[in-house]
Design a protein around this ligand. Structure first.
Ligand code: SF4
Length: 205
């Protein structure tokens, strides 16, 4: 990312402080998580315990803004620079937050701070060219929860409420268009979010 973008970023932050921007993103995430919990309880669709297979996808893309809360969290822990270096030294396209040996429900080592794409995948819909909603979920859920998936995929076009992917990206656009207009490979989005936060505090101080 070149210097002028940061200058613009700082201008954006002068209008709405970094912490206020981070909290606005967190509010979008909280609202989405509630909608997804409602959708899961109505459909019974759920991730396989300990799965995390979707996180191994090498082509996950994200915006800078959706990882700003994570970058801010790292800064508060004094770990932002270390993460930046580690990301610069790594040439893996698999998400750096993934912990393949982690025990528990999934393999995300920073589940609370995961991005928007991470929350949407599995339990949201996109609208196709005919205006019909299509559920975006994984092959494991389709294969192992086929009946529940087929019912849900039908009912989302009737009365079943489901989060719609682009509507949540539009909400992030409303918070900061500059930090959401481009999608990057996930590790690059995380790297840029950390740069934005470090720059903000470097300029501010
Ligand atoms: S941030 Fe977490 S949930 Fe998202 S891809 Fe990385 S490991 Fe998976």
């Amino acid at each position: 990312m070149t210097e002028p973008d940061f200058a613009k970023g700082i201008l954006y932050f002068s209008a709405m402080g970094l912490e206020e921007k981070v909290n606005s993103v967190r509010l979008v995430f909280e609202n989405l998580d509630q909608q997804i919990a409602g959708f899961q309880s109505k459909t019974t669709l759920h991730c396989k315990w300990g799965c995390g297979q979707c996180c191994f996808k090498p082509d996950i893309e994200a915006t800078i803004l959706e990882f700003l809360p994570f970058a801010f969290h790292l800064h508060q822990l004094g770990k932002a620079e270390t993460w930046l270096e580690t990301l610069e030294d790594s040439d893996s396209s698999v998400c750096h937050i993934l912990n393949a040996t982690q025990s528990g429900a999934g393999l995300c080592s920073e589940y609370e701070h995961r991005g928007l794409i991470c929350r949407l995948f599995g339990y949201s819909a996109r609208t196709n060219k005919y205006g019909k909603k299509e559920l975006i979920t994984c092959q494991i859920i389709k294969g192992e929860q086929t009946r529940a998936y087929e019912i849900a995929n039908t009912e989302i076009d009737q009365e079943l409420s489901v989060p719609v992917m682009n509507q949540f990206y539009m909400q992030l656009h409303g918070i900061d268009f500059e930090l959401t207009k481009d999608f990057y490979p996930i590790n690059e989005a995380i790297h840029k979010a950390i740069e934005v936060v470090l720059h903000y505090f470097a300029y501010r101080d």
